[in-house]
Design a protein around this ligand. Structure first.
Ligand SMILES: CC(C)(COP(=O)(O)OP(=O)(O)OC[C@H]1O[C@@H](n2cnc3c(N)ncnc32)[C@H](O)[C@@H]1OP(=O)(O)O)[C@@H](O)C(=O)NCCC(=O)NCCS
Length: 431
């Protein structure tokens, strides 16, 4: 960013694990294992002396209760110098975008010169907790002086209280799941089942083509699975190489079985994976002789009422980031939109182009316009590549910078919707 203090953040390199469906290849790995894998690979790939790193900013959306500051644990477990300070950020699906922009602010302010940013998510290893009555009884029992005290602490616990509580993919404030909220958006915005299925098919077709053509070879590392380290995971396993439009039409709606349109095919899947980026001040990159993939030019976040349209905040964060950067949609060579659900991407795109939306919600500003199909998610997105919540932001940034180079473009927009009614956007440039 240049318009805040003048120290621009350069993105030097990035890497991600393959993204795999929860419960498959990475089912025995934790978020820390995945984070450790990408961070050590990144340092090696960038040929960076670890002592050059000032900070690690990392996140996971569904954290382990044993490990509240995963960023620090990743640094320690990777064997990086213990003097590298580290902290954890979370902004739901925009978590690693937050990690990037937080580090960029610190670079911009002259506080640090170099950071590793990213996120990891192990949906196969979610923390299962106990109900409040059981938790309270355990705490009381731990203070009990005698065995009788300890047993008495459980006297008010009913058998139902003993059921374990898995984390919900539901909004705390509304009680609706992401899928239910996306259903609401599909209905309110008139997004048809056919349009959603066509978009999901597009996503899988483009991702399959990108994998076939080796597009991801510089972005995705190979993971050797413990304990034998003989079996290697080299590709995302969510991508359907045999995607057919008819296949989507057969699927039953999941979140509103009677009147709904959102299915397993047109949603992003629950996914395991991690992604990381190496960022530096532009002058540090120059001093080290590093060739940046690109730069963070601007970013913006926005929020909407989660009871309204939970995943529609990009319709606010994208105009905001363009305004801050003094750019128009037409100035961009590439637009990468996180695909939580096809219904959400199509709702966001509809709002970008709508005069009525701009009049009602953006104070009568000109709508930013339509995103040309050729510039949108050309190598697939979260529906086909998968969506390990905290890793998606870093995946999008790295993928966008590689694609910009491939098409000899200069500017890309990243847009991410996130739980809580949040939206994050940033603009990347190669020059
Ligand atoms: C939608 C969801 C519930 C589906 O989970 P699931 O039932 O485990 O999904 P599966 O991958 O097993 O797919 C179900 C079926 O659809 C089929 N299917 C999935 N995608 C398909 C496609 N593109 N084409 C054809 N068939 C497809 C599967 O083969 C499977 O068929 P089977 O039952 O015969 O084996 C789950 O992915 C989910 O919760 N996603 C949303 C995640 C979320 O909230 N993200 C937040 C975004 S911010």
């Amino acid at each position: 960013m240049t318009n805040r203090t003048g120290r621009r953040t350069a993105i030097i390199g990035g890497v991600r694990t393959p993204f795999v469906k929860a419960g498959t290849s990475f089912r025995n790995l934790t978020a820390l294992d995945l984070g450790k894998l990408v961070v050590s690979e990144l340092v090696q790939r960038c040929e960076l002396k670890p002592r050059e790193i000032d900070q690690i900013v990392f996140g996971t959306v569904i954290p382990s209760v044993q490990m509240p500051n995963i960023a620090r644990e990743v640094g320690l477990a990777t064997g990086l110098p213990k003097e590298i300070e580290a902290y954890t950020v979370v902004r739901a699906c925009a978590t690693s975008l937050q990690a990037l922009t937080t580090a960029a602010d610190a670079i911009s302010a002259g506080e640090i010169d170099c950071a590793i940013v990213g996120g990891s998510e192990a949906m196969s290893d979610v923390p299962i907790t106990y109900s409040r009555p059981v938790a309270q009884a355990i705490v009381t029992a731990s203070r009990g002086k005698t065995v009788v005290d300890k047993i008495r602490a459980f006297s008010d616990v009913s058998p139902r209280d003993l059921l374990p509580v898995p984390p919900a993919i539901a909004e705390y404030s509304t009680g609706l799941s992401m899928g239910e909220s996306a259903e609401k958006m599909a209905k309110e915005n008139g997004i048809s089942r056919e349009a959603q299925d066509a978009f999901a098919h597009r996503s899988h077709t483009k991702a399959a083509k990108a994998w076939d053509e080796g597009t991801f070879s510089k972005e995705v590392m190979r993971v050797l699975l413990p304990p034998g380290f003989e079996e290697a995971v080299v590709e995302d396993n969510v991508v359907r190489k045999d995607s057919t439009l008819e296949g989507y039409a057969k699927l039953k709606p999941v979140f509103d079985r009677k009147y709904g349109s959102i299915t397993a095919g047109n949603s992003s899947p629950l996914t395991d994976g991690a992604a990381a980026l190496l960022v530096m001040s532009e002058d540090k990159a120059r001093a080290l002789g590093m060739r940046p993939l690109g730069y963070l030019r601007e970013y913006a976040y926005a929020a909407v009422d989660p009871n309204w349209q939970l995943l529609q905040a990009p319709a606010f964060s994208v105009p905001k980031v363009l305004r801050r950067a003094g750019m128009k949609l037409a100035d961009l060579d590439l637009v990468e939109i996180h695909e939580a659900f096809a219904a959400q991407v199509l709702s966001n795109l509809q709002a970008f182009a709508s005069k009525q939306f701009a009049d009602e919600h953006l104070g009568g500003a000109e709508p930013i316009g339509e995103v040309p199909d050729g510039k949108l998610n050309p190598n697939g997105g979260s529906i086909s590549l998968g969506h390990p919540f905290a890793a998606t932001g870093a995946r999008l940034v790295h993928q966008a910078l590689r694609e910009l180079a491939a098409r000899n473009g200069n500017s890309a927009l990243i847009s991410i919707c996130a739980a809580g009614g949040l939206g994050g956007a940033c603009i990347l440039t190669r020059e």
